[in-house]
Design a protein around this ligand. Structure first.
Ligand code: ZN
Length: 336
């Protein structure tokens, strides 16, 4: 592995590669939201630090330290990480602090990777002394998803390196590399809803609930002309009230469902519409032939109703009332 094996974060990689050859502090913090790749970069940085022949691209991958590192058996890299999502134990911290000052066995350096997200303030305090005045061969690489909650004394003696959001292309590449046999539409969708976070994109791409939500939204839109007003404001409204945390996603999915319906509508029965999910095509075609009252104009006004709903929710309008009003507007358009 070298830095070029990781996707994205080009500036950070250049910085880490240069720091790996001549660290100018004993403690680095890699910060960024959960799922942004801090651990991968911490590992790559650690390997570059212990490597015997590091290059502009980080570790050589061939020296004995790189080999032991790959096997996970290099004693010169210590870890304070949570394996089960629980807090790191005080005992583990004390063991590592004792070990870190002993000279390295294989490398010229000794590196400690620390997951600050699973360390209480009390435990972070134990790191003060070793980070303040460590032997010259020691480097700490700490990771946090909440830089503000790292104790100020640790922050002040560390260099903070921030992982930035990834581009859509980078996220798409990460997903394609990691997930085999996955529909392109699924990848596109995960990229779009990921906010530049590969971890979020991975879980969206593999999350059946998200896929269900997309189907539920399409089902809702297609059912609007046939359900009663009462049903619309009770049973159908539940999609919103039961998924409050995903309300932004639902609104995006509604607009997309309407756009796909429009595409099929204007493409005519003989043409293949370029819609996101080909599997939706038969039911959209059926909907269009059964409801000739739904026109490009009514679909456009329905999209506007969803946008109005988005603006209302942005200023904290009542969720149930606003969603109900938007559904009624769409039904009135479809029924015209
Ligand atoms: Zn190496």
């Amino acid at each position: 592995m070298a830095f070029s094996d990781l996707t994205g974060q080009d500036k950070l990689k250049a910085r880490l590669a240069s720091e790996a050859r001549a660290p100018h502090v004993a403690s680095y913090i890699l910060s960024g939201p959960v799922g942004c790749g801090k651990k991968s970069f911490a590992n790559e940085f650690a390997q570059a630090l212990v490597c015997e022949n590091p290059s502009d691209d980080g570790a050589c991958g061939k020296c004995s330290c790189c080999k032991y590192m790959k096997e996970g058996t290099l004693p010169d890299v210590l870890r304070l990480e949570s394996s089960d999502g629980k807090q790191i134990k005080a005992e583990s911290v004390r063991d590592v602090i004792e070990d870190i000052i002993i000279s390295p066995q294989f490398s010229s350096r000794k590196v400690c990777i620390v997951d600050l997200d699973h360390m209480s303030e009390t435990l972070q305090n134990l790191l003060l002394k070793p980070t303040e005045d460590p032997p010259p061969f020691v480097v700490f690489i700490m990771t946090t998803s909440s830089y503000a909650s790292v104790i100020s004394t640790v922050r002040s003696r560390s260099v903070n390196l921030v992982l930035l959001p990834y581009s859509d292309e980078e996220i798409g590449k990460i997903l394609k590399d990691k997930l085999e046999d996955i529909e392109d539409a699924r990848i596109e969708e995960a990229v779009e809803f990921s906010s530049g976070n590969p971890g979020k994109a991975m879980s969206l791409a593999q999350d059946p609930v998200f896929s269900d939500l997309k189907d539920d939204v399409m089902d809702l839109i297609l059912a609007i002309p046939v359900v009663s007003y009462t049903n619309l404001l009770t049973e159908k409204l539940r999609l919103f009230t039961e998924n409050k945390d995903s309300i932004d996603d639902i609104l995006v999915l509604m607009v997309r469902a309407l756009e796909d319906i429009l595409k099929v509508k204007v493409s005519g029965a003989e043409l293949t519409a370029d819609i996101r999910y080909e599997s939706d095509l038969p039911r959209i075609r059926r909907f269009i032939s059964e409801h000739p009252s739904v026109t490009a104009g009514t679909i456009g006004k329905s999209v506007a109703a969803v946008e109005e709903l988005r603006s209302a929710l942005a200023v904290n309008a009542n969720l149930e009332a606003s969603c109900g009003a938007a559904l009624l507007k769409i039904k009135k358009e479809f029924d015209k």
